[in-house]
Design a protein. Structure first.
Length: 242
């Protein structure tokens, strides 16, 4: 009897060790811990050739790993979007943007359609369009605009082209000389992430034109473009996939 008890006890111990081992493996997935902010910028799905979509991550303070904070009021966000754009415009002596409620409503309506899955699909409407996605909702209008403006380092004025294997179309749309009106929306998605959308009118990024008003005689190898088509002209030869 005592021998049988020892055998049963040994089996129970072995089963317990196995269960603990399996449970321990389940805690090593490489996912961020609770409350940790993991910022991801998602490329657009299903867009036509020669359209750039990825918004590079803006500089962040150590607060990036803090829990998300509540979104600011809509009026405050409108002013923040406008001011952030005009900081970039001033650097190039471009006419400052004015806020357009029609464009803001357009951006918001499109954002509402994307709110459930929160993917960066573009509206392909009559305006220029830039988009930004963050995993948590602490990302601000200023940070989104700064991330687009950072592409300036990858735009070559001499060739009116993006540097190889880079994108610069978000930046060129911001500074486009004919774009005068701006409207944006910041949408908190149902999964806790955030989507920021800006519309520009008149649209920019026309082929063979510089954002600063110069004409080019030949099509550049990497034509700057915004996150969605901003004109009806035929696209250039598609660049290598980003």
């Amino acid at each position: 009897m005592s021998s049988s008890i020892r055998v049963i006890s040994s089996i129970i111990i072995l089963i317990s060790v196995f269960v603990l081992a399996v449970s321990a493996k389940g805690h090593h997935r490489g996912a961020p811990g609770a409350g940790q902010a993991q910022v991801v910028h998602q490329p657009t799905v299903g867009a036509p050739p020669a359209i750039h979509h990825h918004a590079p991550s803006p500089p962040r303070s150590p607060a990036v790993n803090q829990p998300p904070v509540a979104a600011a009021g809509k009026g405050h966000e409108s002013r923040e979007f406008l001011d952030a754009h005009n900081v970039v415009r001033k650097e190039h002596n471009q006419t400052l943007y004015t806020w357009d409620k029609k464009l803001a409503r357009y951006a918001r309506r499109w954002g509402l359609k994307l709110q459930n899955e929160c993917v960066m699909n573009h509206s392909y409407g009559p305006f220029g369009e830039n988009m930004f996605w963050g995993k948590y909702d602490h990302w601000t209008p200023t940070e989104a605009v700064q991330s687009w403006a950072m592409e300036s380092k990858d735009y070559n004025r001499d060739t009116n082209a993006c540097n190889p294997n880079t994108m610069c179309g978000h930046y060129t749309q911001i500074v486009w000389h004919e774009s005068l009106r701006l409207g944006c929306a910041r949408m908190k998605c149902n999964n806790g992430s955030v989507l920021l959308i800006c519309e520009y009118d008149p649209p920019g990024n026309f082929i063979n034109e510089s954002p600063f008003g110069n004409l080019f005689n030949s099509t550049p190898t990497t034509t700057p473009s915004s996150s969605s088509p901003s004109n009806t002209m035929p696209p250039p030869t598609p660049p290598a996939a980003a």
